[in-house]
Design a protein around this ligand. Structure first.
Ligand code: GAL
Length: 420
């Protein structure tokens, strides 16, 4: 009898242990590396909070390196990756920033198994899947879609100044002196990368979507007349911006518009996230938006994604993280706070209780516009080109010589292997 009792006890313990092991999710530390610090943090934090509810045994380290568009984070990441110290997962833009930097260097794990298991092949737009894939696999999971070519303003201020939203850059240049005479900065600008950000909207307007795409396919020369003309227009636009631009973050440039110091700002729609989530403004009332001049009907996209680096210390916890951030549930937690639209097609983007008027209009444009990729945010060119393009921009800013900038950009494109 005694023996039977102990057998039952042992069996019971074994059963208990097995079910505990089965119920147990991942544990240990999960380091999520991104540049979503401070003002940029709430959307990521919402996703992390949900992850912690689902996986209380994982200790999440939200490792951020501040600096818009990842200028500083990418440098830190590079040092860590090359030094054999990858985080468990990191923010990386869909497109060439992912493929041309980390995938060609064999630093990422193929996530085909995850897309199979989650049924994601039908849940993301094909164009986006293409940006994440090579012939050998798919290399990260997108959490959003942002739009780069947006012009922001405050409707009541424009009314007071008697200014309309410019449809073209010529319209803008025509109102520039009027605004300057009224003591208003026509176009608020921030630190270096935001100058490049402005440039891509001006280039898209000057070249159109076909010309823009042809540049990245290596089918169009940077020395063509219309590209030279883009630099010329760009120079005139810069004359309508604030002198302290280099010392301002993108948020501070947005603040200038909100505070009525400036009329317009061209920035990606994380600006909508900032104005709604951080500043508490109402889309349409507190701020208005339009496609950047000359780009109506074109959506210049970028997508933030996360992957699984080779040698990630906590693979299981990372896979659980990727499952959440790719799911419709995860995307509906993240995107309403971020200003982006969900990439997952099963998300609830038409729900007005979840997504504000700006996001819903962006989703409509995404569905109906011509889509092109952003340069500054990693979609169309590899890191080599991006770094060298910063030098091209310096050449232009110091010389204001459109031909010199075009020639330099052409040389850089050839060196970076654009078009083969
Ligand atoms: C972009 C990124 C956005 C936002 C922005 C400003 O590169 O894709 O999510 O963070 O930079 O930092």
């Amino acid at each position: 009898m005694k023996r039977l009792l102990s057998l039952v006890l042992v069996l019971g313990m074994l059963l208990g242990l097995t079910s505990l092991a089965l119920a147990q999710g991942p544990s240990g530390e999960l380091e999520i590396f991104s540049w979503w610090a401070g003002d940029e943090g709430p959307a990521l934090e919402a996703l992390i909070n949900r992850y912690q509810e689902l996986y209380p045994d994982v200790e999440v380290v939200n490792a951020t390196v501040t600096g818009g568009s990842g200028v500083n984070a990418k440098a830190v990441l590079k040092t860590r990756m090359l030094g054999g110290d990858p985080p468990d997962t990191f923010q990386v833009h869909a497109g060439q920033e992912l493929i041309g930097t980390w995938v060609i260097a064999d630093r990422m794990e193929d996530l085909t198994f995850l897309y199979d298991e989650e049924g994601w092949w039908d849940q993301f737009p094909q164009g986006l899947l293409d940006l994440l894939s090579t012939e050998d696999g798919i290399w990260s999971v997108p959490v959003n879609i942002h739009r780069s070519n947006v012009m922001w303003y405050v409707p009541a201020n424009l009314e007071e100044w008697g200014v309309d939203v410019p449809q073209t850059w010529d319209d803008f240049l025509a109102v520039c002196p009027t605004l300057q005479e009224a003591g208003v900065v026509p176009l608020a600008l921030g630190e270096n990368w935001t100058v490049n950000h402005l440039w891509e909207s001006v280039a898209l307007a000057g070249l159109g979507p076909d010309g823009w795409n042809a540049l990245w396919a290596g089918e169009k020369s940077w020395t063509d007349d219309d590209v030279v003309a883009v630099w010329e227009t760009f120079g005139q636009i810069l004359d309508c911006t604030n002198e302290d631009a280099p010392s301002l973050s993108w948020q501070q440039a947005v603040d200038m518009v909100v505070n009525g110091e400036a009329a317009f700002n061209v920035m990606g729609d994380w600006a909508a996230g900032y104005m709604t989530t951080t500043l508490g403004l109402e889309p349409g009332e507190g701020f208005g938006w339009a496609p950047s001049p000359g780009t109506d009907g074109v959506f210049m996209m970028l997508s933030d994604s996360f992957g699984l680096p080779v040698g990630a210390p906590n693979r299981d916890a990372t896979i659980a993280w990727l499952r959440l951030l790719g799911s419709a549930e995860g995307q509906d937690l993240f995107n309403p706070l971020k200003g982006s639209i969900p990439a997952n097609l099963n998300s609830d983007v038409t729900n007005p209780d979840l997504y504000n008027a700006y996001s819903r209009s962006a989703a409509e444009d995404w569905a109906s516009n011509t889509i092109v990729g952003s340069l500054v945010h990693g979609a169309v060119a590899n890191e080599r080109f991006m770094n060298d393009f910063a030098t091209v921009m310096e050449i232009f800013l110091s010389s204001r010589d459109a031909v010199a900038a075009s020639n330099a950009a052409q040389a850089v494109a050839v060196q970076a292997g654009i078009g083969g």
